[in-house]
Design a protein around this ligand. Structure first.
Ligand code: KMH
Ligand code: ZN
Length: 270
């Protein structure tokens, strides 16, 4: 079977340091997390940044320091967020793209996000894509709801995206598509030809969605951004979540993709 790409979404924007002591806050902590997750089997790290007080930031210097710390301690592919946090402007969300990460996320539509609204109108998505184009960064398409794939196809029809792409299905956000096998199967069947895909199940859906994706030939995202528990009542470290997926993959006969292999599989620039 095709090698499995494991991405670790180690930080996120919404989690507070009070929620878990395992959240990497500083660039040094991100570097340490990257080293542990690479050893556990991850190929890529999805990066949000925090200031020293743990607050979400789009500061380019902070993203640069995080990237450098990750690269100093691992060979992980570095994927920046452009989702950022609820309420950020396009300029804030795209500022770190000038550092030309290996990849960055593009959320493909608006959803309710808990009690908030995560806004990704077509003008917002076009504005973000213009910055991808400007800095020649490859997007990972983030799909939180079934209509997001239709939106991505519309952006492609406008000439702003060219398929195939790597698509990450983020399932189980309160306000987005539920995390279950039927929904995942529908989304995979709806992909344009040649796309690769991964799934990020939120909360307790993380483990079952990861397991199903391994069996289906997809790829997996785990990490504290989407789920802070290893099991009921026990907080997780990022590397433990990666290691568990790596063990399941081994049992199911999926080899793990190294960062170099993942770079080729995800069609990233050398
Ligand atoms: N923080 C969420 C509102 C992404 O990184 O691309 C959006 C998010 C998506 O985390
Ligand atoms: Zn994110």
């Amino acid at each position: 079977m095709e090698p499995l790409v494991i991405t670790v979404a180690a930080v996120g924007a919404e989690l507070t340091p009070e929620a878990t002591p395992h959240l990497p806050i500083t660039p040094e902590q991100l570097g340490e997390t990257a080293a542990l997750c690479a050893a556990a089997g991850a190929a890529m790290i999805h990066v949000h940044c925090r200031d020293d007080d743990g607050r979400n930031t789009s500061d380019v210097g902070r993203f640069g320091a995080a990237r450098d710390a990750i690269r100093a301690r691992s060979e992980l592919l570095v994927q920046f967020t452009t989702g950022g946090a609820i309420g950020m402007t396009v300029a804030e969300r795209t500022a770190p793209l000038r550092l030309r990460p290996d990849m960055a996320t593009l959320t493909c539509g608006t959803i309710n996000f808990g009690d908030d609204v995560f806004e990704n109108s077509f003008p917002i998505m076009r504005g973000i894509l213009a910055e991808f184009e400007r800095y020649e960064v490859t997007p990972e398409l983030e799909v939180f709801d079934a209509g997001h794939l239709s939106n991505a196809k519309r952006l492609a029809a406008e000439g702003l995206l060219s398929f195939p792409h790597h698509v990450d299905f983020v399932l189980g956000v309160p306000g987005g598509l539920d995390a279950n096998v039927r929904n995942l199967s529908y989304l995979v069947d709806s992909l344009p030809a040649g796309c690769s895909w991964s799934v990020a199940g939120v909360g307790r859906a993380q483990l079952p969605m990861a397991t199903v994706a391994i069996a289906m030939g997809g790829h997996v995202r785990v990490g504290l951004e989407d789920n802070i528990y290893y099991c009921k009542g026990r907080l997780a470290r990022n590397d433990e979540l990666v290691a568990r997926v790596a063990r399941i993959a081994e049992e199911l006969g999926r080899p793990l993709a190294s960062p170099q292999t993942a770079r080729r599989m995800l069609r990233l620039l050398p």
